[in-house]
Design a protein around this ligand. Structure first.
Ligand SMILES: *Cc1c(COP(=O)(O)O)cnc(C)c1O
Length: 464
């Protein structure tokens, strides 16, 4: 095998990167000064950078490398598919074997009557599909006024115009004239940040009932759908109180609206079931998928829809699709990824081995003086940093100041943890062993200790 090697020293790579590469979600001026870390190889859960330093990736890339890095089988399948049929579209009364096989496989894996797949290149465009799909669905059913989609503040559904509008992130709405019309928002079930002195389960019910109030407010005849992540990911791994999803499901059952579960992060084993809808007892009409579908080895996403939606949509030509919908190489890679997950019983490994052990270790981080809560479901977890554990106070400094320090300490300790404001989050590959988990927790604890010392020394240990 030819190995791809670096021909340039790190400094030169960084200078070229700064000169020509615009990074997503990045202040590129700041980055140019610091220099981006150049990742050159990866295997298992370990990245190697251009200086040869090995880093444990506790984020599975961007929540996607569920089966870990360096799986030869996926490279083989991609090469084979590229030789056989590198590309063909599925627009004009044609199809191909990888698309057929993957759609059938997803229909088998998805719960309930979610049996039909519309493919995209990733999560953002899948949610763009969903916006047009649910509105077209209701128009087809003779109810064209049902157009409004209800979402939640601080939700993340992608970064395109449509999907960022579906999301509830104010920083994203502030750029580029978002949101588009016809999206409404209710509050998130984020007890730690917004629950005050309330009982968490009461708070969960209250937040769920905002959906019912919003439907009443807008008029049920105007509402097309409610969309939510079963567990908010980019919002900070916000795990809802147990009372939340049953109440949301009750409300969706009681009203004529569609329920879209955005499972882009939570799908494909992350919560210890194939889908978090199974973990939380959600019965969605549409599921958004991407990320773990191919373990990030090739870009692919989609919407899995119910028999009823597919039947209604079959009566019209949906004027929608992407050049790379069901891309044969991506579809073949996704199929092989799912085959490996089944063969190696990765979902069972999460449920029975990795997640219970990680939970035990992760929840113990709540004893750290800097940690206000440590929450986990399956293989996604968060800790909230606070200057005052008793009151769950925020820091007086700008949100994210302390989180950024902690992320830097993690980097220094060869651990990739991400910060969302002053929350630290992980979503590691599902293949973690107990030894990996010990290493992760050891590095996380060291990073928290060092953050605590720095924050104290800088006088930042102050409540807002
Ligand atoms: C990442 C993400 C998306 C967007 O997916 P892309 O592939 O980046 O377009 C959508 N929804 C959720 C919940 C996500 O985490």
């Amino acid at each position: 095998m030819n190995k791809i090697t670096n021909h340039l020293p790190t400094k030169e790579l960084q200078a070229l990167d700064a000169a020509h590469h615009m990074h997503p979600f990045t202040a590129n001026g700041d980055l140019a000064e610091r220099g981006a870390r150049v990742i050159t190889r990866a295997s298992g859960v370990t990245l190697t950078d251009s200086d040869g330093i090995k880093i444990m990736d506790a984020m599975a890339g961007l929540w996607c490398v569920n089966i870990g890095y360096g799986r030869e089988e996926l490279a083989e399948v991609a090469a084979r598919q590229m030789r056989e049929l590198p590309y063909y579209n599925t627009f004009f009364m044609t199809t191909h074997v990888p698309a057929i096989a993957l759609a059938k496989k997803l229909a088998d894996l998805a719960p309930g009557d979610l049996n039909h797949v519309f493919f995209s290149g990733g999560g953002s465009d899948a949610n763009d599909t969903n916006i047009r799909l649910v509105r077209t669905y209701w128009a087809q059913k003779g109810k064209p006024s049902k157009q409004v989609i209800i979402s939640r503040h601080n939700a993340y559904h992608g970064s395109s115009v449509g999907s960022a509008s579906l999301g509830g992130m104010t920083g994203m709405h502030a750029q580029g004239g978002l949101p588009i019309p016809g999206i409404e928002y209710i509050d998130q079930p984020h007890w730690y940040a917004e629950g005050g002195d309330s009982d968490p389960e009461e708070f969960g019910l209250e937040r769920a009932r905002q959906l019912e109030a919003k439907i009443a407010d807008l008029g049920e005849e105007n509402v097309a759908a409610f969309i939510a992540e079963p567990v908010q990911g980019a919002g900070g791994v916000v795990i809802p109180p147990a009372s939340y999803w049953p109440e949301i499901q009750r409300i969706c059952d009681a009203h004529e609206i569609l329920l879209i579960a955005d499972e882009v992060i939570t799908g494909f084993g992350r919560t210890g079931n194939w889908f978090a809808s199974q973990t939380y007892g959600i019965r969605p009409d549409i599921m958004t998928i991407a990320k773990g579908l191919s373990s990030g080895y090739a870009p692919i996403g989609g919407s899995i829809v119910s028999d009823e939606i597919a039947a209604v949509m079959a009566d019209c030509e949906f004027a929608h699709g992407y050049t790379y919908s069901a891309h044969p190489v991506s579809a073949a890679v996704a199929l092989e990824n799912l085959r490996i997950m089944e063969e190696e019983k990765l979902v069972e490994h999460v449920r029975d081995v990795a997640a219970p052990y990680l939970k035990e270790k992760w929840e113990a981080l709540a004893d750290h003086p800097l940690v206000g809560e440590a929450k986990i479901v399956g293989m996604m977890a968060s800790v909230a940093l606070t200057p005052d554990k008793a009151t769950r106070a925020a820091f007086a400094s700008d949100p994210g100041t302390v989180g950024f320090i902690c992320r830097d300490r993690c980097f220094a300790n060869n651990l990739i943890m991400r910060h969302v404001g002053d929350r630290m989050i992980i979503a590691p590959s599902l293949i973690l062993t107990r030894d990996d988990i010990d290493t992760l927790i050891e590095r996380a604890t060291k990073s928290l200790d060092e953050t605590y010392a720095q924050v104290k020394a800088k006088g930042l240990l102050v409540a807002k």
